[in-house]
Design a protein around this ligand. Structure first.
Ligand code: COA
Length: 273
């Protein structure tokens, strides 16, 4: 076994409902219940939280990819578990899903959802909390909750409308109908759609994109992510936040290196400092 694959094997640990892998600065968190299309349950939410904590603390990790095992991203909350839930159980589950989405949004490194197949309900909510969404052309998105007599509870009623506008969001939420990857791209939900064949087209597109991000200053990316949170604020407060983030980025060694490299007509070497 090569040193590289041995390293990758050591860093790939199966943790039950999810798989956590780490390679070349990218942590990949894989929803791992393929027999039920990676439906979300209590244990999976807890493991996802732990995985994001681990990726946050690990200085080697510069970006996170969230994806699903097998041919699907996630078909939403586990309906079999919901069947036996009390109202309080269900409310608690939804709240924990909301908190996880907030954690992803506030996560100090870029998070990208890589989507194949079904991306529904709670799965769609997780994807919507990520900074970037890349999908294969066979991906399908939607909020089918209304067909079960319930509604999305993990931020879906809020984040979709903030991305696509109220009109289209209401249509998807009220009808429970699914949309194709092409349609999701047109609506601004996705960054890119890859052909279903060859199978690695989506992986390649994601890797190419991450390569671009990994060449940047990690602090500049963190400051950009924080500044974008200003979208939830009145403009005046958001501009103050941007100013704070700008000054933080400007104070770094990376900023000095970036400006110096420009003057010297060479590529900058950022250290995340
Ligand atoms: N929770 C629990 N189990 C689920 C699930 C979910 N959200 N979504 C799919 N599954 C299970 C199915 O029950 C099935 O299990 P089985 O083989 O033991 O019967 C297995 O995953 C495969 O799903 P299946 O329905 O046979 O696949 P399909 O290709 O015919 O349909 C879907 C795929 C996604 C359209 C369909 O599974 C579905 O509508 N799922 C529910 C989606 C939903 O309402 N999510 C919101 C929940 S709040």
């Amino acid at each position: 076994m090569s040193e590289e694959s041995e390293k990758s094997r050591r860093e790939s640990e199966e943790e039950g409902e999810i798989i956590y892998e780490c390679s070349e600065g990218v942590a990949t968190i894989i929803l791992n219940r393929p027999a039920v299309l990676n439906a979300l349950n209590d244990a999976m939410l807890a493991e996802l939280n732990d995985a994001f904590e681990r990726a946050e603390k690990d200085e080697e990790v510069r970006a996170v990819v969230l994806t699903g095992a097998g041919n699907n991203f996630c078909a939403g909350a586990d309906i079999s578990a919901l069947e036996h839930s009390t109202v309080e159980d269900a409310r608690d589950f939804a709240r924990r899903l909301q908190l996880l989405t907030e954690r992803i949004e506030a996560f100090p490194k870029p998070v990208l959802a890589k989507v194949r197949g079904f991306c529904l309900g709670g799965g769609f909510e997780l994807a919507l909390a990520c900074d970037f969404r890349f999908a294969s052309e066979d991906a399908k998105f939607g909020f089918p909750e209304v067909n079960l007599g319930i509604i999305p509870g993990g931020g879906g009623t809020q984040r979709l409308a903030r991305i696509v506008g109220r009109t289209k969001a209401a249509e998807l939420l009220f009808t429970g109908e699914r949309i194709s990857a092409e349609e999701a791209l047109r609506m601004g939900i996705l960054n890119a759609v890859s052909p279903a064949e060859p199978e690695n087209a989506l992986d390649d597109a994601v890797s190419k994109f991450l390569e671009k991000l990994l060449a940047k200053s990690a602090i500049a990316l963190r400051m950009l992510k924080r500044a974008l949170q200003g979208l939830e604020m009145p403009l005046h407060s958001a501009l103050l936040l941007e100013n704070e983030c700008f000054a933080n980025a400007f104070s770094t060694e990376d900023a000095k290196e970036g400006i110096k490299a420009f003057k010297e007509k060479r590529k900058p070497k950022f250290k995340g400092k």
